[in-house]
Design a binder for this molecule. Structure first.
Ligand code: TPP
Ligand code: SF4
Ligand code: MG
Length: 351
């Protein structure tokens, strides 16, 4: 169906952002996913977040692996760069791209099979290195593309559509992300755009690795009673710890919440993340407490969502490796071949 071009006509009164773009300018090709797939709602949330942040599409690079989830970058930001890589290798390809050009905004999309099975090592090293990117896992607990086998994030005790029980313990990607040192970690639900759009906006503005685990039900293979990744289960067991607003520097910060229930976190670019606490005791800057809370609620059958962990003093791999400010492909002969005297000076410094 991808040969059907989506008409570009739109109503002349559609709202425009600061760049003069409408929402439609951030869309991609027509989706070929199953009708009702959670992944399509995540694409729509990404489109809304990029539109609201006034992102120039040419400054974004979409990275993905293999799976229904990894197909989705075709369906948003049709005017951005894109690289659909190999199964599980998205984080590694993104690491290389980010080191070669620190100027782009990297938006990685992966699946639970892609990141928690074949790509688990790649996921882990990307997070511990703090690659400057947004890393989204569209988590449905199954390999959707290959017809619904349990993935490594399926909960022990959940049943397949045909009634077979999963006996293996799940990998909890948000707990792993916090443990590995990710500096912005959130969990969302494809069925809750009001929470998901600000989570994505905050992730894009974050300096460092921003990881989002988004529960995204697979309507074809994992949306039945007995599944803990179904729309009904997540709606009934959703424990949102905070509500998020993202304010970019030009926006006035208004005090609209009760004192004592609000935490403001200022990011490197001056943007402010305002968290309205729903769970009084939850502090996303306390790494150990956050991990304990997520595990405790998981054992009680709850799905904790919201901004789960953030570090104010985040940095990224480019900072630590002191990479050049400009893309590598723009370096000329003078920078790449500084001449014999410079080499002699380096050698002398090593003696
Ligand atoms: C090296 C390799 N091994 C296995 C496959 C087969 N395969 C394709 S997609 C996929 C799993 C996709 O699951 P997930 O990442 O959860 O994405 P979803 O389709 O659920 O969104 C597998 C095992 C492959 N394409 N390449
Ligand atoms: S098989 Fe599942 S994950 Fe894939 S498009 Fe259909 S509903 Fe979505
Ligand atoms: Mg999956």
């Amino acid at each position: 169906m991808t040969y059907i071009l989506k008409p570009k006509f739109h109503h002349p009164d559609l709202p425009k952002n600061k760049l003069g773009f409408t929402h439609r300018d951030y869309e991609g090709s027509v989706s070929t996913l199953c009708a009702g797939c959670g992944h399509d709602s995540i694409s729509s949330a990404i489109i809304q977040a990029c539109f609201e942040l006034d992102l120039p599409p040419h400054r974004v690079a979409k990275m993905s692996g293999i799976g229904c989830s990894s197909k989705t970058p075709t369906y948003f930001l049709g005017q951005s760069h894109g690289f659909n890589s190999v199964h599980g290798r998205m984080p590694t390809v993104a690491t290389g791209a980010s080191l070669a050009n620190r100027d782009l905004i990297y938006l990685g999309v992966s699946g639970d099979g892609d990141s928690a099975s074949i790509g688990l090592g790649h996921f882990a090293h990307c997070l511990r290195r703090g690659v400057k990117m947004v890393y989204i896992v569209e988590n449905n607990g199954v390999y959707g593309l290959t017809k619904g086998q349990f993935s490594a994030t399926a909960d022990a005790g959940s049943t397949s559509k045909k009634g077979v029980g999963n006996t293996d313990e799940p990998i909890d990607l948000v707990s792993m992300a916090i443990l590995l040192g990710a500096t912005y970690v959130g969990r969302g639900f494809s069925g809750d755009k009001e929470q998901l759009v600000p989570l994505i906006k905050g992730a894009i503005l974050h300096r460092g690795i921003a990881f989002l685990d988004v529960i995204s039900p697979c309507v074809a293979f994992n949306n039945h009673p007995g599944s803990t990744k179904s729309f009904d289960y997540v709606r009934e067991h959703n424990d949102a710890v905070n509500k998020l607003d993202v304010m970019i520097p030009r926006e006035a910060i208004t005090a609209e919440y009760e004192p004592g229930t609000v935490v403001d976190v200022t990011q490197h670019d001056g943007s402010t993340i305002r968290l309205r606490k729903l769970e009084e005791a939850y502090d996303p800057t306390d790494k150990l407490a956050a991990m304990a809370y997520i595990q405790e609620r998981h054992h009680a059958g709850e799905v904790v969502t919201g901004l789960l962990h953030i570090r104010h003093d985040s940095g990224d791999l480019n900072d630590r490796m002191n990479t050049v400010e400009v893309p590598l492909n723009s370096l000329g002969e003078a920078e790449l071949c500084p001449g014999g005297a410079a080499i002699d000076a380096i050698n002398a410094g090593l003696r």
